[in-house]
Write a protein that binds this ligand. Structure first.
Ligand code: ZN
Ligand code: ZN
Ligand code: FE
Length: 772
């Protein structure tokens, strides 16, 4: 029954390297008695198979059904050619090609099979902190260049022992071509280090770190994408010490717990939350705390997290262990640990060992390190379950550098350098936008250098030479300077809120027209004002400002971010016709005479008080008036407190007044006067907060109705950092849904400034296409 023998040459692109793809191909081919080979190349994977036509067709459909769980196939191309006379099927060495487009997989949490070995006394990798296989382990953080092969990773200097090599060479083994494959005999080692020397190794080092953590000390732990600073999350004293040394006053800290059951003891873990916590990316999930455990003094149950971890917060950031080292550590410490990025506040995460000891030395009491270098720094990702499912507040470890698909392929490679805060950058080539890991706030030189380095690294990794560079309108941002210093065919300035809307629209595969609602803290507008309450009609590279929150002065400029009280003063004065004496509550008495004089002068003259339409700042003002936050110790604190304070069951709300014009303006005066009346009546803060959320939601509904009646547009994109607020998203989207709108919410890209670089790329891509 000899059928016709044909040879097929198959090119597969996508995330197909380092995820067990070739063993999968090997199994599928040999099971059908096909001959030929599979190999990684710069573009992905190439397969040649020879055999009977029916068997080859069957093989092809097996490929099309998808590979192993972690693989993502973006294209399969097959052509037939003359048989070459192969006599068996093999996996052959990688080839470096001219066009390097193979996608590097993100890092993957330890799989169940590896976890079982880790705690199996009979296994040769029993308690080995660096075990991994083709289904799990480090990827992006250890890759130096493509193709993804051991010599191109930071594992290159570890020579495999014969047992590891046998696994690596055996196509039927789980560790076949697992590039970071290692064991206690040949792989990286754990060490306690200090002053450049090793104090203890292996179990001894682990034991000393565990002991230190249990005694309330701060331990720097080298992980996948950088160092963490860890301490006992149940000890208020330990957390306070960490905060003091890290200069991080009040911003909530993330906690790692040993398993799902431990997460459940702290937080409400419903099914979507469970899936998020257990996903291969193992992000920090912001979950509702089970019970508010305020103050109380004495030592709580060991399982309970100290109030100092997330003071006054309704949510807690929780994550599960994602490396073997984390599993060993959590098992031994037997309590939740604070795990926060190893940096001084606002600096990038430390990755280099010497640099980490230098920078973190004043913070950490002990360093638990190892000798596998980290190539790319990658902070933990952060997600919150919202109406749309998990919404990424930080898209980094476990997700980067997975590309986001663009609505239309770009002809010329594009770089978007991103925003000033929560910076990421984005490189686009063809239909793929490679959205980078989290870089941080570009307020210091280390962050700027991390951005520069990151761009070079990803550009080399994906062979992108960006000829078009998109950047913010703000001339003083470090990102803008970096963009303008890069030689390119075109530099494209993109307004901040236009980028927000474009990001939301593009991740949904669209280019508009839509009504984009971009609410955030700050972004330079085309009129020089500080925008942040924008209704933009966006289509391709064009945008028209249909409406915005009415301008009020931003007293002291950007510094107002820290002073919700001052923002309240600005809104009060505006709401009462510019006359502070007409304000019917004694709010201004909060200020000492000197400060009040200064504020009154700034509001009267406009000196150091640019006009702003920021909805973020309006949240600040209302939070201050309601008494939930007078001074913000970190960005967004007032808005968070207002969200947590809002009482359920309150359905009525304040009203904005819409003023006709080009564009329409939304006057917050009536809202502020409504809040003041409630404050006067002694209404609860929770009621005020709920009425304010309702007001903002119905403002969106009203403007959407106006725009629809004028333009017919019935698609509304909600974007900007203000929409990290789950309550606001829920209320606004429900209202729009019932009004017959199609609502676009971010799912892949952060709605905050972490998504700006992707939006810049989306706008620049349209600019290029339309020849602008
Ligand atoms: Zn594994
Ligand atoms: Zn070995
Ligand atoms: Fe923004």
């Amino acid at each position: 029954m000899l059928g016709l023998v044909t040879r097929h040459v198959i090119a597969i692109e996508g995330i197909v390297q380092g995820v067990g793809f070739r063993p999968f191909v090997y199994r599928e081919a040999t099971a059908r008695e096909l001959r030929g080979f599979v190999r990684n190349d710069a573009a992905g994977v190439t397969i040649e198979v020879e055999g009977e036509e029916a068997a080859v067709a069957d093989f092809l459909s097996a490929l099309r059904r998808g590979g192993p769980p972690l693989a993502t196939i973006t294209s399969i191309e097959a052509r037939t050619t003359e048989p070459a006379g192969y006599d068996r099927f093999e996996i052959v060495e990688s080839q470096a090609g001219a066009d390097r487009t193979a996608l590097v997989s993100p890092d993957i949490a330890t799989c169940d099979a590896c976890l079982a070995e880790l705690f199996d006394p009979a296994d040769r990798r029993y308690r080995y902190p660096f075990l991994n296989c083709t289904d799990c382990g480090p990827r992006f953080t250890i890759v130096r260049r493509v193709p993804y092969d051991r010599p191109n990773t930071t594992m290159r200097d570890f020579v495999m022992c014969s047992a590891c090599q046998r696994e690596y060479d055996d196509p039927t083994d789980r560790r076949f071509h697992a590039q970071p494959n290692a064991c206690p005999a040949c792989g990286p080692r754990l060490a306690e280090v200090a002053d450049g020397g090793v104090l203890a190794e292996g179990e001894a080092a682990l034991g000393r770190a565990v002991e230190a953590l249990r005694r309330g000390r701060i331990v720097a732990v080298k992980g996948l994408g950088g160092y963490h600073l860890a301490c006992d999350a149940t000890s208020g004293a330990a957390v306070t010490r960490l905060r003091a040394r890290k200069h991080r006053e009040a911003k909530p800290l993330a906690v790692m717990v040993v398993d799902l059951a431990a997460a459940r003891r702290l937080c409400v873990v419903d099914e979507p939350a469970e899936r998020l916590l257990l996903s291969a990316a193992r992000p920090i999930a912001l979950l509702r705390r089970r019970s508010a455990t305020h103050g109380g003094g004495g030592a709580g149950v060991a399982e309970e997290v100290a109030e100092e971890v997330a003071p006054g917060s309704g949510d807690l950031g929780v994550m599960l262990p994602y490396t073997p080292l984390h599993h060993l550590l959590m098992e031994a410490v037997a309590r939740p640990l604070v795990m926060t990025s190893g940096n001084r506040t606002d600096e990038p995460i430390a990755i280099d060992d010497a640099e980490a000891q230098d920078r973190l030395g004043p913070i950490a009491d002990l360093f638990l390190a190892h000798d596998r270098p980290i190539e790319a720094g990658c902070d933990d990702s952060v997600a919150r379950i919202m109406r749309q499912g998990p919404a990424w507040l930080r898209r980094s470890r476990g997700l980067a550098p997975r590309p986001v698909t663009l609505p239309r392929p770009v002809e010329t490679p594009v770089l978007g350098v991103g925003a000033h805060l929560k910076n990421t950058f984005c490189l686009a080539k063809g239909g793929s936008a490679f959205l980078s890991h989290h870089i941080g706030d570009l307020e210091n030189l280390p962050a700027y250098r991390a951005l520069e380095r990151g761009i070079d690294h990803l550009a080399a990794l994906f062979d992108v030479d960006p000829r078009v560079v998109a950047h913010d309108l703000h001339p003083d941002y470090l990102s803008t300077r970096l963009a303008l210093e890069r030689e390119a065919e075109a530099h494209v300035p993109v307004q901040h809120h236009h980028a927000h809307v474009a990001a939301c629209v593009a991740e949904h595969g669209q280019t508009g027209p839509v009504l984009g609602v971009a609410f955030d803290g700050t972004g330079l507008g085309t009129d020089g004002a500080v925008w942040g309450g924008e209704f933009l009609i966006v289509e391709g590279r064009q945008f028209e400002r249909a409406a915005h929150l009415g301008y009020v002065p931003l007293p002291g400029g950007e510094g107002a971010v820290r002073h919700p009280d001052r923002m309240a003063a600005a809104h009060l004065v505006a709401a009462y016709d510019g006359d502070p004496d007409r304000i019917p509550i004694p709010f201004l008495e909060r200020f000492d005479p000197g400060e009040l004089g200064l504020i009154r002068r700034m509001l009267a003259t406009g000196v150091r008080s640019p006009p702003t339409s920021s909805v973020g700042r309006l949240f600040d003002a209302v939070a201050a008036l309601a008494g939930v936050c007078h001074t913000a110790r970190f960005e967004g604190e007032a808005a968070m407190r207002l969200e947590w304070a809002a009482e359920p069951g309150v359905t009525d709300g304040y009203r904005f007044a819409l003023r006709d014009g080009m564009p329409t303006t939304a006057d917050a005066g009536p809202v502020i006067r409504g809040v003041v009346e409630d404050v006067r009546r002694g209404e609860r803060a929770g009621v005020i907060a709920a009425r304010f959320h309702a007001a903002v939601a119905s403002l969106v509904g009203e403007v959407a109705d106006r725009v629809r009646s004028q333009t017919g547009i019935r698609v509304v994109a909600l974007t900007g950092g203000v929409f990290q607020n789950a309550l606001l998203v829920e209320r606004t989207a429900a209202l729009l849904d019932s009004g017959g709108y199609r609502v676009l919410l971010h799912r892949r890209v952060p709605c905050n400034d972490g998504g700006i670089s992707f939006g810049q790329v989306a706008v620049a891509a349209e600019t290029e296409r339309t020849g602008g």
